[in-house]
Design a protein around this ligand. Structure first.
Ligand code: HEC
Ligand code: HEC
Ligand code: HEC
Ligand code: HEC
Ligand code: HEC
Length: 373
């Protein structure tokens, strides 16, 4: 026991260092917890063996303390454009988001992030008619560049009358047709680089665009040859006097209620990057929210208790000699945590054990006896 007392007093010092200065703040934060969870609290302070942190640090184990990076989606479209429609179907209807939009011009200069709120469940079609959403014309298909960097890359561009996807179907003789497309992006001027082409080969190619309703237009088939490098692209000169700026941003749904889109227009041609974050609402009850079970039952314990001193956790009973106990709490279909064997708020048995560890705790799971117990 002497050894144990020593370990604990050392622990206590570390804990004071870690949490001591914040203790008074923690105490007042936990006051409200005790009011609503009075029974839990009263039970905790009446245990024979106290887990002292339960008295005034409910937060430590249960409440997420800071806004973690809750990035849901990150999209980057470097090709220079003035208007974009970006598909946001991956967002959930039950969550609010904020998107930060940044434009970067051809000389690499960016505007400050522009923020827009996204509430999928309250977003509806844009007011009035939007004829520009229907694809009726695809034109100006051109191979802008053939360039060799190890493999060959070919840049192809074209225009559409409406916001539409950028896709290319291509093949070289004898090979299967390949499709390459830019995901989640609808634009009117299209620019795509086919990477990894073969040198000295003749490619047959079609460009394809589909609008937000699924209407498709395909170009005539055309060919290009990768024997010689060339470039037709006129370098767009960066306007050094001003940063690129966002002129308009809007989130809307397709008129049938499906499909969620972010529409952005810029003061001049730029690349765009969009970072979508979940908005966590603070509520008076649980602040930024309760921590997930794996955190409150394993990760947080390691903040104060050493990793090596315990039974394996975070695992399921998978060997034929071990079963998942019915009367001990596990999570996610059998994962063992610290709290499987220890009550977290303190307890009436030594080491807060749920059962007498000398007798029957181990045998609840292990079918073979451990001699070293
Ligand atoms: C205004 C009353 C109130 C306050 C204050 C409050 N809670 Fe709760 N808490 C509840 C209610 C009601 C529930 C159950 C329903 C729910 O999840 O909202 C709950 C659920 C919980 C649960 C999940 C219980 C379970 O069975 O899984 C934990 C853990 C918890 N609260 C901890 C805390 C902590 C820690 C604090 C202090 C930061 C706190 N609560 C503050 C009312 C409150
Ligand atoms: C050492 C970490 C830790 C501390 C500190 C802690 N809890 Fe818990 N608490 C847990 C864990 C883990 C569970 C889940 C245990 C279970 O379900 O058996 C839990 C369960 C709960 C529950 C739901 C079940 C029950 O026992 O009532 C409530 C409510 C709760 N805690 C509130 C609090 C309050 C209020 C405080 C502060 C007075 C607090 N906890 C302090 C880890 C902690
Ligand atoms: C903030 C630091 C801290 C955290 C987090 C913490 N503990 Fe503790 N724990 C202690 C301290 C300090 C003691 C010594 C008894 C006391 O004064 O509370 C202790 C004692 C214990 C004991 C009993 C040891 C003994 O010798 O009696 C067990 C078991 C235990 N903790 C399990 C857990 C589990 C399981 C978790 C996670 C749910 C956890 N602890 C999280 C600080 C912590
Ligand atoms: C399978 C059951 C089981 C699990 C899971 C378990 N323990 Fe224990 N733990 C025990 C038993 C039994 C003892 C007392 C006998 C001993 O020390 O071996 C104990 C003792 C302790 C002690 C006090 C003695 C010491 O070594 O400091 C602490 C603290 C502790 N456990 C923390 C934890 C933490 C933290 C976890 C999760 C990472 C955990 N335990 C997971 C069964 C378990
Ligand atoms: C809640 C169920 C459960 C309890 C209770 C339990 N164990 Fe385990 N134990 C497991 C599982 C599951 C594994 C397998 C981990 C793995 O697959 O690596 C394991 C692994 C072990 C290991 C690692 C070596 C091995 O066989 O893989 C030891 C040692 C061990 N347990 C000892 C004990 C002792 C001693 C007790 C009683 C204090 C105990 N266990 C209580 C579920 C339990």
């Amino acid at each position: 026991m002497d050894h144990l007392t020593l370990v604990i007093s050392q622990l206590a010092i570390i804990i004071t260092l870690l949490f001591g200065t914040a203790a008074s703040g923690q105490e007042s934060k936990s006051a409200s917890c005790k009011t609503c969870h009075k029974d839990t609290y009263l039970k905790a302070i009446s245990f024979k063996y106290q887990h002292s942190i339960t008295k005034d640090q409910c937060h430590t184990c249960h409440i997420s303390s800071e806004e973690e990076d809750n990035i849901r989606a990150q999209m980057n479209f470097p090709a220079l454009q003035r208007e974009w429609l970006i598909n946001l179907d991956q967002l959930s209807d039950n969550q609010d988001y904020q998107a930060d939009v940044i434009l970067t011009d051809s000389s690499g200069r960016s505007c400050a992030p522009n923020r827009i709120d996204i509430t999928p469940k309250d977003t509806w079609e844009p007011d009035g008619q939007h004829p520009s959403f229907k694809l009726t014309k695809l034109s100006g298909v051109i191979v802008e560049e053939i360039k060799r960097r190890g493999f060959i890359g070919a840049t192809i561009s074209w225009e559409t009358n409406a916001f539409a996807t950028t896709e290319v179907e291509y093949r070289t003789r004898g090979d299967r047709a390949d499709t390459y497309k830019i995901d989640d992006l609808y634009t009117k001027s299209h620019n795509i680089i086919l990477h990894g082409l073969k040198y000295k080969s003749n490619y047959s190619c079609r460009v394809v665009s589909r609008d937000i309703y699924g209407n498709i237009l395909r170009s005539e088939e055309f060919t290009f040859d990768t024997s010689e490098e060339f470039t037709r692209t006129a370098t767009i000169k960066g306007d050094a006097s001003t940063l690129p700026a966002i002129e308009h941003m809007q989130v809307f749904r397709r008129p049938d209620g499906k499909g969620l889109f972010l529409k952005v227009s810029a003061s001049r041609p730029s690349g765009i990057s969009v970072t979508v974050k979940e908005v966590r609402k603070k509520d008076s009850k649980h602040g930024l929210g309760l921590m997930p079970a794996l955190y409150s039952r394993i990760d947080v314990c390691y903040k104060c208790h050493p990793h090596d001193s315990s039974h394996p956790v975070g695992v399921k009973a998978e060997s034929p000699k071990i079963r998942t106990p019915k009367d001990l709490p596990t999570i996610d279909g059998g994962i063992i945590t610290c709290v499987t064997c220890h009550t977290p708020h303190g307890g009436d048995r030594v080491f807060f054990n749920r059962f007498d560890f000398r007798k029957d705790l181990c045998m609840r799971c292990h079918l073979e006896k451990y001699d070293n117990l």
